[in-house]
Design a protein around this ligand. Structure first.
Ligand SMILES: *[C@@H]1O[C@H](CO)[C@@H](O)[C@H](O)[C@H]1NC(C)=O
Ligand SMILES: *[C@@H]1O[C@H](CO)[C@@H](O)[C@H](O)[C@H]1NC(C)=O
Ligand SMILES: *[C@@H]1O[C@H](CO)[C@@H](O)[C@H](O)[C@H]1NC(C)=O
Ligand SMILES: *[C@@H]1O[C@H](CO)[C@@H](O)[C@H](O)[C@H]1NC(C)=O
Ligand SMILES: *[C@@H]1O[C@H](CO)[C@@H](O)[C@H](O)[C@H]1NC(C)=O
Length: 297
């Protein structure tokens, strides 16, 4: 076999004997390089430049771990943000762990070979080494549809992303089905008060942080999905966590009285409109999942 190739190489190059082997070696080396480059592992570490490290540290400080809905995750696909004109980061989820793979933009970003993975759960696709669309967005499949070899493969990817690539972890993708089950609950003021996102509160399985419930109108939103910096401890709206904030929002008031008194019957039309705008913002712009209906006594 080697001899055949050697002959082939000889006939290409006109070189014979051991030089031919050298040529084979070089060809193998080049092929190897090409293959490694086509794997989704760009070598981006630049030891001569400290700015990448500095940037990541700032980012980690700014963004606490958060939960994502599938729709929120889909935003981070590396395309241009129409409003700011800037390129969005590229996130993807592997078995529910959301990584910022912006350093691998050439692979996962627009026009990259793995662009379909951007903004999606891709654990099953990676485990099966498949580009089949049906394997994308299949979070539950990571636990239920993989054989032993595929599970090992998936664990390998998570390890590579975490320790070898050092892709920053942004939080957890929470399954849409699990969230929609929550949305039908009726919650009391006491239930809300138990979900302020404070450390020590239970972090549900598959969640990055403890939920932060806020009530607005008759709905309860979980602001831990991207709103931890506002409503979490130290955030400017932390006083709103675990409360019905309808009245405070409508009156744009931080007055403790407007948090105690949750009655909204006496609001003016203008104040009602402000409240409705906030609810619209929570639902559409922020994408906070609805985790229940407020049971007002
Ligand atoms: C590393 O950073 C230096 C300084 O910015 C730059 O000149 C060089 O091209 C970079 N190397 C790579 C491989 O990105
Ligand atoms: C990188 O940072 C270290 C410590 O902050 C500094 O000593 C070193 O000179 C920096 N290297 C470059 C190439 O900027
Ligand atoms: C690091 O990279 C940035 C932008 O890529 C560049 O402006 C800066 O001069 C580089 N610093 C060093 C020490 O190479
Ligand atoms: C995927 O995540 C689930 C839930 O966290 C876990 O039980 C399972 O072991 C994970 N699978 C792999 C292959 O890591
Ligand atoms: C994620 O959601 C869960 C369930 O609502 C919640 O317990 C947890 O605090 C959330 N974490 C973050 C960081 O939002």
């Amino acid at each position: 076999m080697i001899q055949q190739i050697s002959l082939l190489v000889d006939s290409w190059t006109g070189i014979s004997g051991s030089l031919g082997y050298l040529v084979i070696f070089v060809i193998v080396l080049i092929t190897h390089q090409l293959l490694s480059v086509s794997r989704p592992h760009p070598i981006t570490t630049n030891m001569s430049n400290n700015s990448t490290t500095a940037k990541e540290e700032t980012k980690v400080a700014v963004d606490p771990p958060r939960n994502f809905t599938a729709k929120q995750l889909a935003y981070f696909d590396g395309t241009k943000d129409e409003k700011t004109g800037e390129d969005k980061p590229v996130y993807l989820s592997v078995n529910g762990t959301v990584f910022d793979v912006s350093d691998g933009r050439n692979f996962y970003g627009p026009d990259g070979p793995y662009e379909k993975f951007a903004g999606k759960e891709c654990g099953v696709a990676l485990a099966k080494m498949s580009f089949d669309e049906q394997h994308l967005g299949n979070l539950k499949g990571c636990s239920t549809e993989l054989n032993f070899g595929e599970r090992t493969e998936l664990e390998g990817w998570i390890e590579k992303f975490t320790y070898y690539r050092n892709y920053p972890i942004k939080g957890k993708l929470v399954d849409d089905d699990d969230l929609s089950k929550l949305s039908t609950r009726i919650l009391t003021a006491d239930d809300l008060a138990q979900h302020t996102g404070e450390s020590g509160q239970d972090i549900p399985e598959g969640y990055a942080t403890a939920p932060i419930y806020i009530g607005a109108g008759n709905k309860v939103f979980d602001a831990s999905f991207g709103g931890v910096e506002f409503y979490g401890s130290g955030g400017g709206y932390n006083k709103f966590a675990g409360r019905d904030i309808s009245r405070a929002l409508a009156k744009m008031s931080f007055d403790p009285e407007d948090l105690q008194n949750t009655n909204i019957d006496d609001l003016t039309d203008k104040q009602r409109k402000v409240l409705d705008d906030w609810i619209e913002t929570f639902q559409t712009k922020k994408g906070y999942p609805i985790v229940g209906t407020l049971g007002k006594e």
